[in-house]
Every structure is written in structure tokens, then in C-alpha cells.
Ligand binder design. Structure first.
Ligand SMILES: Cc1cc2nc3c(=O)[nH]c(=O)nc-3n(C[C@H](O)[C@H](O)[C@H](O)COP(=O)(O)O)c2cc1C
Length: 185
């Protein structure tokens, strides 16, 4: 790739390049209430135990349900669910039951009381294991205690967000397995 001429751009817009993903749907439940929120800001923090850090804004209704129940399910939707993903991320569970509003099927999880979303490709049952960064950064650290996924395809078409209402869909896979050390796979 040649060195290209570039223009400065506002640091507040770095999400165009740095948004992680895939976009997921986080389901939660506490004392008879349930909710779903859309989430893009998460990162894998370990394999064994299986840890995932998630930014969950304190203005989201889900924030309180998850902080109190100390559980949630991270559901991985496919790109064809984009309209529901955008709608869920632009409405509050304070006024609506999003399972009903977006016609999604709650499925009983094995290890946590939060419902899984039946239509999603994968469901990761999570327990809060570290709450020390919630107050300062709204950062929840979860351990995945049970994971479910459809058998095929191995890598579904997922969504990544770039801001301004624009998503990128994941597509072609590239295999560089032979360049990897065994411990890095
Ligand atoms: C594409 C997309 C990505 C989002 N990512 C996050 C995120 O990573 N963390 C977060 O707290 N909110 C995120 N949101 C916003 C919440 O999904 C949104 O505030 C939602 O209405 C919260 O629902 P609730 O109040 O029922 O919990 C995202 C929204 C969209 C549309």
C-alpha cells in the first residue's frame, strides 16, 4: 500500500475506523422486567476463563437490570436483522417490552435468568465477575459461563457500526493459518 495524502479529521470521529464489533444484542432480566439493548463497544479479555468487557452506558435501562441481576446474555445477530438492531438501539425498555415490540423469541437460558434471543446466531450466557470499573467507566467485565451457536455457517454475516447510522457487513474470510504460531491460533 503506497503512502497516501491524508486530511485531519475530528478526534471525536475516530469511531469510523475504531468501532469494534460485531454489533450484538444484550438481553437482561431482573425482578419480572426484561430488556434488550444494542451494543458495539465490547472486547474479549481472556479465553480461560472466557472474559468479555462491555461498555454499558448508565442512562440505558439495561445498565440497572444488569448491575442488579449481575447477569446477561450477549446475543450475536446476523446482518439480515439490521432493522431490528437499529430499532432496539434507539428505544428504551423503560416503556416497551422489546421482545414483543421487535417480535423476538425469549428462550430460557441454562445458567442465567436473562432470556436468550432465539433468532440470533449465537447466545453467550454471562455473569458479572468484576464491577470495579462500572462507576468510573460503565465498564462491565463478564465471564461467559455457557455458549450456544448454530452449527452453520461457522462465521455468519455480522454487522459492524461506523457511526452516522452506517453499518459494515462482514463478508469474505481470509485464511492465514499457516503464518500463525500454534500458540497464537
Ligand atoms: C449500533 C449501535 C451500537 C450501540 N452500542 C452501544 C454500546 O456499546 N454501549 C451502550 O451503552 N449503548 C450502545 N448503544 C445504545 C443503546 O443500545 C441504546 O441506548 C438503547 O436504547 C438502550 O436500551 P435500554 O434503555 O432499553 O437499555 C448502541 C446503539 C446502536 C444503534
Amino acid at each position: 500500500m503506497p503512502v497516501a495524502k491524508k486530511s485531519d479529521f475530528p478526534v471525536s470521529e475516530v469511531r469510523r475506523f475504531m468501532e469494534p464489533g460485531p454489533i450484538v444484542l444484550v438481553s437482561s432480566a431482573h425482578k419480572g422486567e426484561r430488556d434488550i439493548m444494542t451494543m458495539g463497544w465490547h472486547m474479549v479479555m481472556g479465553f480461560e476463563p472466557s472474559l468479555i468487557g462491555c461498555y454499558i452506558w448508565d442512562q440505558n435501562h439495561s445498565h440497572g437490570l444488569i448491575r442488579k441481576s449481575r447477569e446477561c446474555v450477549i446475543n450475536v445477530p446476523t446482518a439480515d436483522m439490521a432493522a431490528k438492531i437499529a430499532g432496539i438501539g434507539n428505544s428504551s425498555g423503560r416503556e416497551t417490552d422489546k421482545f414483543e415490540a421487535f417480535r423476538l423469541t425469549p428462550v430460557k437460558a441454562d445458567e442465567v435468568s436473562a432470556p436468550m434471543i432465539g433468532e440470533c446466531h449465537a447466545n453467550l450466557e454471562c455473569r458479572l465477575v468484576d464491577s470495579s470499573l462500572i462507576r468510573t467507566y460503565s465498564l462491565f467485565i463478564f465471564e461467559v459461563v455457557k455458549a450456544h451457536a448454530r452449527k452453520a455457517p461457522r462465521t455468519p454475516k455480522m454487522l459492524h457500526y461506523t457511526g452516522e447510522g452506517i453499518f459494515i457487513t462482514s463478508g469474505r474470510t481470509v485464511n492465514h493459518r499457516k503464518s500463525f504460531k500454534p500458540g497464537m491460533l
